[in-house]
Design a protein around this ligand. Structure first.
Ligand code: HEM
Length: 399
């Protein structure tokens, strides 16, 4: 297959900025998306185990509801952070995503319902656990399986979109059109690798959790040790499993000796060493985990770019139509609203977590107070500018 069809499916309007920037943003935002996918599934999975132990074990009694809460917040973050790579992939690889949506239309719709039902059931699980209901584990298992299924669907879309040479065969097997929208194709090694990453990510999170709580008087030394040791065990075992699966995947695709892959493997080894030194501060380990996540995201993009450009579709030659209004709006939103808002929420979450009383009053902290009101004012100004600018553009074009 050559790139004729891929080029024909390309948006004739071109792209509004340098394609390499969209590619970089795709790598960055997908790494963020998958980080919360892994944390949500990992902490939820571990909480299911905890829900069977919490009646007889005081450590699991504290940890289980905390894990449920971490998973619950992470699902909402993974959804928000999934939108960004989705938009970036559509800008530079429009054909891939749209063809996949046609081939697997039923699964695309099923994905939305799976996400809604799975997440709603998660809240049910959380309330049932809080109320001490015996059905909580079963509800949690069903919710967990539905969310994992949503991930498998995502994987199906991702692997279909990078195989344009198979699209015709899937669309019309033996020349007979199949418009059922039921195409489903998985790459078992790649999927197993992605799922295995839930173990080390949750392990490193637990190490952070333990270090974070160690400064609080209301958590016992025994509990701090228990969570640190559990986290370290999970991080080491999980990283070893993921590394083996990654090597098998790369070996199969003939990429093992590629410099990017070697760099990724080296970064994983460094992460393994850092995660195994459990007496050290684990926040630096998380910094390394971010680097590893960026490498893995880069590897995914490298695989897609190599396949698609090998067919003659070059994202760097997509016509560019610089649209300064959108670029300025994007940058202003990102820098002012994004940085201020995220800084406010992150600092507040940190302070709330460190607080030992029941209520944390953010007004007592002058920096937080200023950040909070700055976020509010920037948001109000942003909303005004967004609508005024939008109306202006609408009428400018239609009148
Ligand atoms: C429970 C819900 C979800 C799970 C478990 C999940 C999991 C995953 C996984 C495992 C991948 C990687 C697949 C692979 O490379 O083989 C992926 C990719 C992706 N996900 Fe999600 N995801 C979820 C929800 C979402 C949502 C709600 C969005 C968008 C709003 C989203 C956007 C994306 C995008 C854009 C990609 C990359 C696709 C590509 O490169 O072709 N995900 N997701």
């Amino acid at each position: 297959m050559d790139a004729t069809i891929l080029n024909a499916l390309r948006d004739p309007a071109g792209v509004p900025f340098y394609p390499v920037v969209f590619q970089g943003l795709y790598i960055l935002t997908w790494a963020l998306h998958i980080a919360f996918v892994l944390l949500s599934l990992g902490s939820m999975g571990l909480s299911l185990y905890g829900s069977t132990k919490q009646k007889s074990d005081s450590n699991w009694k504290i940890l289980t509801p905390h894990l449920i809460q971490v998973g619950k917040i992470s699902v909402s973050l993974l959804i928000v952070l999934g939108v960004a790579p989705l938009l970036f992939t559509q800008v530079i690889y429009d054909s891939g995503w749209y063809v996949t949506n046609t081939l697997s239309g039923v699964w695309v719709v099923a994905f939305i319902y799976a996400l809604m039902i799975g997440y709603l059931m998660y809240y049910w699980y959380s309330y049932a656990n809080k109320a001490g209901k015996s059905s909580n584990t079963l509800i949690g298992i069903i919710s967990f399986l539905i969310l994992v299924f949503a991930g498998i669907l995502m994987h199906n879309f991702a692997v279909e979109s990078i195989q344009p040479d198979k699209w015709m065969e899937w669309y019309a097997p033996n020349g007979v059109i199949d418009n059922s929208g039921l195409n489903f194709h998985i790459d078992i090694i790649r999927l197993a690798f992605m799922i295995s990453l839930t173990i080390p990510v949750t392990g490193i999170f637990l190490q952070n959790y333990s270090d974070f709580l160690s400064t609080r008087e209301d958590f016992s030394v025994d509990y701090i040790r228990f969570t640190k040791s559990l986290g370290t065990k999970m991080a080491i075992t999980g990283l070893l499993i993921s590394a083996v699966l990654f090597v098998i995947w790369m070996l199969r695709d003939g990429l093992l000796f590629n410099p990017l892959i070697i760099a990724t493997i080296i970064s994983v080894v460094i992460l393994l060493i850092m995660a195994s030194r459990s007496n050290k501060n684990s926040y630096a380990t998380t910094g390394m985990l971010v680097i590893v996540a960026l490498f893995i995201s880069g590897v995914r993009e490298y695989i897609r770019y190599s396949i698609i450009s090998g067919m003659g579709y070059d994202i760097y030659s997509i016509p560019m139509n610089l649209e300064w209004e959108s670029i300025i709006m994007f940058l202003l939103t990102f820098v002012f609203l994004g940085f201020t808002g995220v800084a406010f929420i992150a600092i507040m979450a940190w302070k709330v977590g460190k607080n030992e009383g029941l209520v944390y009053d953010c007004d007592t902290n002058p920096v937080l107070r200023k950040l909070g009101s700055a976020t509010l004012w920037i948001l109000i100004a942003w909303t005004g500018i967004y609508f005024v600018w939008g109306m202006f553009t609408l009428f400018k074009n239609s009148l």
